[in-house]
Design a protein around this ligand. Structure first.
Ligand SMILES: Cc1cc2nc3c(=O)[nH]c(=O)nc-3n(C[C@H](O)[C@H](O)[C@H](O)COP(=O)(O)O)c2cc1C
Length: 391
């Protein structure tokens, strides 16, 4: 079974991710992993932190001579900002006068709930772990999952469909228009429609002017996924449920939609369900669909269409013009704490969600095809694809 964990504090020495259950024999391109880490750091509206960090994956175990060896993989990402935090956030007790307290919880962040839960007198340790810096570790192992899926012919990418009120959510953007976004060396807001992207930039400019923040919607697309991943046989093995959980686990994601899920709830069945046709040699099995409102999943099983998952992000909770809060020590009303912050992270969250979707699909693919070595997994996958062709 594919399993993974991350550890690390936002301003600690490093982040670490562990990935276990991955087959042997997969070539790992360091450049590919680092490119995804770079993509997660981009986008208009990011804060100063991303100018300090330049993430590089340092593989500690599980990869030798450029290939996975079937052993658990550990990967370390250095936090460059640690140089500035050694005295304020040391492992050892250190000098209490140099510690940086977070004196008043930010509404919307984990500060208050975390402090109450772990019995902290302020929120420093809470935000250190709740921070989305953690998602960089997921992106590193997510890139490995993407490389694995590529061997099975599956690709995973994302694009932005809304920032604040600027939205193209009512349109389906073709895969061919999403691919070039991932190849850009300058990322604005990762939207395939240039005019809409300018409107999105204006939404960010507005909150930059007013000391506010903005959320939005990204969409992850998994291309060329064969029918049959996930199952309705048990509630927790449904692919839609696993994807919803994986994407919702990302910081600030507050709703997840599969296909046209939200709009579908307000529409009649005749306008929603993707009618079925047949055209020999088309797709995986010859069956065709008129559209893809189901987002590639029916009954918790991939149906051979593109998988489309949307993540809805609330606006960032650290505001330059802070909201009302209470001082942890005095319980007096004060403004919420402010610490250097992003104001818009929709493209970055999309990249982190690609990682979560890729890890989920990789887990399902390994459940279905098995295999301790890539050769074995690919042989089983090829046999299944032939079975579909002759269905
Ligand atoms: C890529 C990314 C970057 C983020 N950067 C910030 C940030 O700079 N400041 C902030 O207050 N929240 C930021 N967030 C959101 C918080 O991490 C998140 O709101 C917080 O941990 C509370 O969790 P919740 O929103 O899921 O309830 C970011 C989220 C993502 C996905």
């Amino acid at each position: 079974m594919l399993r993974y964990f991350t550890s690390g504090e936002s301003h600690g020495e490093a982040l670490v991710a562990f990935l276990s259950g991955f087959p042997a024999g997969l070539s790992i391109g360091q450049e590919f992993v680092d490119r995804d880490l770079w993509r997660r750091q981009q986008g208009y509206g990011r804060g100063g932190r991303m100018k300090i960090e330049s993430d590089k994956a340092h593989f500690l175990s599980g990869i030798r001579h450029g290939k996975t060896i079937g052993s658990p993989i550990a990967v370390l990402l250095e936090n460059r900002d640690w140089q500035n935090w050694k005295e304020s956030l040391p492992v050892e007790p250190g000098d209490a006068k140099k510690h940086k307290r977070v004196p008043s919880p930010r509404p919307g962040h984990a500060d208050l709930a975390g402090a109450l839960k772990y019995d902290f007198t302020e929120a420093r340790y809470v935000l250190e772990r709740a921070s989305a810096r953690e998602s960089a570790a997921r992106v590193a192992i997510g890139a490995l999952a993407k490389l694995f899926l590529r061997e099975l012919g599956i690709e995973v990418l994302s694009h932005v469909i809304a920032v604040g009120a600027a939205s193209i959510a009512d349109r389906e953007i073709a895969w061919e228009r999403i691919v070039p976004l991932s190849q850009k060396n300058e990322v604005l807001l990762s939207c395939a429609d240039a005019d809409a992207e300018q409107c999105m930039k204006e939404e960010v400019d507005k909150v930059l002017r007013t000391g506010d923040s903005v959320g939005g919607v990204f969409e992850v697309v998994a291309h060329d996924v064969p029918p049959g991943l996930g199952t309705y046989a048990q509630w927790d093995e449904r692919l839609d449920a696993m994807l919803a959980s994986a994407v919702m686990s990302l910081q600030a994601v507050k709703a997840v939609e599969i296909g046209a899920g939200i709009h579908a709830a307000y529409s009649p069945g005749s306008a929603v369900h993707d009618e079925i046709g047949y055209h020999r040699n088309s797709g995986f099995s010859g069956f065709t669909r008129t559209h893809n409102n189901a987002g590639g999943i029916e009954g918790g099983v991939s149906n051979g269409q593109e998988i489309r998952v949307r993540g809805y992000l609330k606006p960032i909770s650290t505001l330059r013009r802070p909201l009302q809060s209470v001082d942890f020590s005095t319980r007096e009303p004060v403004k919420a704490a402010y610490e250097r912050s992003d104001v818009c992270v929709v493209p970055a969250a999309g990249v982190a969600a690609e990682a979560m979707v890729a890890l989920t699909l990789a887990r399902c693919a390994l459940d279905k095809f098995g295999g301790d070595s890539l050769r074995e997994t690919k042989r089983n996958c090829t046999g299944y694809l032939e079975q579909l062709k002759s269905y």
